[in-house]
Design a protein. Structure first.
Length: 413
């Protein structure tokens, strides 16, 4: 297993080349196939490692939902290397934290491209993509993963491995509609500029679903109380509320509102729901949607494999306060990458254009059920319109429609 984790310019590295185990063979009819039968062969991860990079905000504002994304991505690296690597080569990962600081984010991207010569950059909900996108675009290094950044809708070098932002908000509103919410209050984080983009999206997308935005306001993760915002939403007649902030902040808002006697249906998207939500009665009945397969699912082979890896390499992680949907972004993105890389025969000496060509052949593929249907087209931004629904009922996570997905109609985009 090869790992390299850096923060504030410091690097720590651990290296271990794993030995014999099983490797999943390439898809039966190429990367355009939507369903496959896995073949297994014994292989060793030998030779030079394949370098990959990962960027994220693992500390700082918003890290209440993103902190564990690094650990789960590391688990994917460990699992991959313990199962034959990629085309017989181990993966070496450079994982950098920007602490939600633009200048650090830019420096990190430059380091991955110029110093580490990575084949791909994994976006683990970085949220500062506009700062460093020119660096990876110029180097023709593809970006895989996801965040709520609109750059995934405009830059063809960014390959979202889950729902893109507009469709993510549409799916959240569809979850609200199914929960009988007709009037919604939207509270959004003051610390990250992209949080505010939810307000106009809710206004425009809600029309087709008969969900109206009746109140919106900024909130700070460091506030001692959210009484003013709760009373404002209540006075506006909102029977549903959404908080565009880290999971712990959303929970604090719900608890503050409950003390005022205001208990709307809480509606979330992506990473707001985290483990502590299960223990709070104020969010019982909450609904929402996520960009990839629900992080708690273990009903299909692909998620059983993920859960087993988390248990092996990060025992107890699923009970931590920041574990939720964002945590598993890296796992899903890693599986998409490794599947395509195996199909195109990627090696440490391959050009990044080899990987790009393989990605551009992906058509309507769910990668064993880990993702909504993914389709990429060469030279065009890639919109992913479908998402999974989740909820909370009496202290347990729920999948209201199982592993089916809801998809934004073209006319609503």
């Amino acid at each position: 297993m090869f790992r390299s984790v850096r923060s504030n310019g410091r690097r720590t590295a651990m290296a271990l080349v794993a030995l014999v185990t099983l490797i999943t063979a390439a898809w039966g009819s190429g990367v355009a196939s939507a369903s496959t039968t896995a073949a297994k062969t014994v292989a060793k991860a030998t030779g030079a490692p394949i370098p990959v990079g990962a960027l994220g905000s693992f500390t700082g504002a918003g890290s209440g939902s993103t902190a564990q994304a690094k650990a789960v991505f590391q688990d994917w690296v460990s699992w991959t290397n313990a199962n034959g690597g990629i085309n017989g080569h181990p993966v070496k990962a450079y994982i950098l934290d920007n602490a939600n600081t633009p200048s650090t984010s830019l420096t990190n991207a430059q380091e991955l491209v110029s110093q580490d010569n990575v084949k791909v950059v994994f976006d683990l909900s970085d949220d500062l993509e506009s700062t460093w996108a020119p660096v990876v675009d110029k180097a023709n290094v593809p970006v895989m993963g996801m965040s709520e950044s609109p750059i995934f809708l405009s830059d063809s070098n960014f390959y979202s491995t889950g729902t893109t932002v507009i469709s993510l908000i549409w799916g959240e509103l569809d979850a609200a509609r199914q929960a009988k919410v007709t009037k919604l209050a939207a509270l959004y984080c003051a610390e990250i500029a992209s949080c505010a983009q939810e307000v106009p999206l809710v206004t425009s997308l809600g029309k087709s679903l008969n969900v109206s935005l009746v109140y919106s306001a900024k909130i700070s993760s460091s506030a001692s109380s959210y009484t003013a915002q709760c009373l404002g939403a209540q006075s506006a007649g909102a029977n549903g509320g959404t908080v565009g902030a880290a999971g712990n902040t959303g929970l604090n808002v719900a608890e503050s509102c409950a003390t005022q006697g205001y208990k709307p249906v809480w509606v979330t998207t992506a990473g707001e729901m985290t483990t502590p939500w299960l223990k709070q009665s104020s969010v019982n009945g909450a609904v929402g949607n996520v960009q990839d397969v629900p992080w708690f699912d273990s009903s299909i082979p692909a998620t059983k494999k993920m859960q087993a890896a988390l248990q092996k390499y990060s025992p107890g992680i699923t009970k931590t306060s920041s574990f939720g949907a964002v945590s598993t972004i890296g796992w899903s993105a890693g599986v998409v990458f490794s599947t395509v890389a195996k199909e195109v025969g990627l090696t440490p000496t391959s050009s990044t254009s080899v990987l790009v060509a393989g990605l551009d052949q992906v058509k309507n593929n769910t990668f064993g059920g880990l993702t909504p249907p993914l389709t990429y087209e060469a030279g065009k931004p890639n919109t992913i319109p479908c998402s999974f629904l989740v909820g909370i009922k009496n202290g347990h996570w729920t999948e209201p429609i199982g592993l089916k997905v809801v998809c934004q109609p073209e006319a609503a985009s």
